[in-house]
Design a protein around this ligand. Structure first.
Ligand code: GLV
Ligand code: MN
Ligand code: MN
Ligand code: MN
Length: 405
């Protein structure tokens, strides 16, 4: 391999890293994310790939001439707050390394009749700035509601449309891109594993069979803002007190199921003064289970518990959002990948991925690389050098076979 996966990840290990926590924050169009885009452009151009960024902010690095039935690989470079250097970048670095392996093996990407090949980088996969996960893939295939997307606000109140414009994009051009979707023949995404599946199985690489049902909701408890010193407890309508019960109810509702998970990842008290009883508290909710009915049941249990907890404190509770069912990756593609990698186990994914969104329009499949910490969305996530290189070669093997499809 010309450049190992680890050497590429080491080259970006200081970008967007918060010194205090060691975690990374690389939301869309942040300095860190823009620097990562430059890094990717440099790596791709050094290999002679033709790089361009489309109207939805997706980066494409073509080997040879763009054309239909393109074999696409890649992942994302953005991160959650406090994230690691592998969730996303491992797939991008492995795509570049797999390209190197295929070149070394003599694959001629520009030969007449060769299947077009392209490495893609999808923006805002984590939805960590504007709240919408897999935003790049949802834009290109029309899954995202455009008007709603343009009005999404970050925590500073900047809308997606404003941020896009400030970064040179035309806000009227976001949305389903028939031309690019028409060129994509299939997509194979390599990703660091985000759980313990491969640790337990003692294997370096797995195939993904599904993405479990999941969704994102927002919850608000509305009470009455008031003075923290002058307001007796008996006269309070304190939404934070009810919010505490809601957080507990989220855990209890998930715990009452077999394998369901539910998370309050953000809780914001408004206006947020030390000596102010909040007027309202906003919370996020993430909930997942292999069956959507179970997710729906957890949400309804949380709704009932939240309404009761709010009423007890003289507050109101609202819960908004929606979930999506379990996504199964293309079985023909996954079978062919399995034929190339017969040792690789097949695992479900508890995390969402652009490959899941794009599955609506084209065959998609995924490879996971062992993460010895079993921890993700944290700087603890990683892959051993040998596993990362093994993963890139596995990806090269799969891609080489797919070039003939
Ligand atoms: C993406 O990492 C997710 O939240 O599943
Ligand atoms: Mn990811
Ligand atoms: Mn992630
Ligand atoms: Mn508010």
């Amino acid at each position: 391999m010309a450049a190992t996966v680890t050497s590429m990840l080491n080259a970006i290990k200081d970008i967007g890293r918060e010194p205090a926590s060691g975690g990374y924050y690389r939301p869309i169009w942040s300095d860190a994310e823009l620097t990562l885009r430059e890094w990717f452009t440099g790596e791709a151009q050094a290999r002679g790939l033709d790089v361009h960024t489309d109207q939805n902010g997706i980066m494409w690095a073509w080997a040879g001439t763009p054309g239909p039935n393109a074999l696409v690989t890649g992942s994302h470079l953005d991160s959650v707050p406090g994230g690691g250097n592998f969730d996303g970048p491992l797939g991008v670095a492995s795509a570049l390394a797999a390209y190197d392996v295929m070149k070394e093996r003599g694959v001629d990407f520009t030969a007449p009749g060769a299947r077009p090949f392209v490495i893609a980088v999808f923006p805002e996969e984590e939805g960590s700035r504007f709240g919408q996960a897999c935003l790049g893939s949802k834009l290109i295939n029309g899954t995202a509601d455009i008007a709603a997307t343009m009005n999404l606000k970050d925590l500073d109140g900047i809308t997606f449309a404003e941020a896009a414009k400030a970064n040179g994009y035309d806000p009227t051009r976001f949305g389903r891109d028939e031309e690019m979707i028409g060129l994509m023949g299939s997509f194979i995404e390599l990703h660091v594993e985000q759980g313990r599946g491969l640790i337990d199985l003692g294997q370096p690489v797995a195939l993904a069979e599904s993405i479990i049902a999941s969704g994102r909701w927002t919850m608000r408890v509305e009470g009455e803002g008031n003075h923290a010193g002058a307001t007796p407890l008996s006269l309070r309508r304190d939404p934070m007190v009810a919010a505490a019960s809601v957080v507990r109810a989220v855990r209890d509702a998930a715990a009452a199921t077999d394998g369901g998970v539910a998370t309050v990842g953000r809780l914001l008290a408004h206006p947020g003064g030390v000596n102010v009883i909040p007027s309202h508290v906003d919370m996020t909710l993430d909930c997942r289970h292999p069956e959507k009915d179970v997710v729906d049941g957890i949400i309804e249990a949380i709704r009932a518990a939240g309404e009761a907890a709010a009423a007890e404190e003289g507050c109101t509770f609202t819960l908004e959002g929606s979930g999506k069912p379990t996504l199964y990756f293309d079985s023909d593609l996954t079978s062919r990948m399995q034929a190339v990698l017969p040792e690789a186990p097949v695992l479900p994914s508890g995390a969402g991925h652009d490959a899941g969104i794009l599955a609506k329009d084209l065959p998609t499949g995924m490879l996971f690389v062992r993460n010895p910490s079993g921890i993700s969305h944290s700087p603890e996530e990683y892959a051993e050098d040998a596993d990362a290189d093994f993963g890139a070669i596995a990806l090269a093997d799969v891609l080489t076979a797919e070039l003939t499809v």
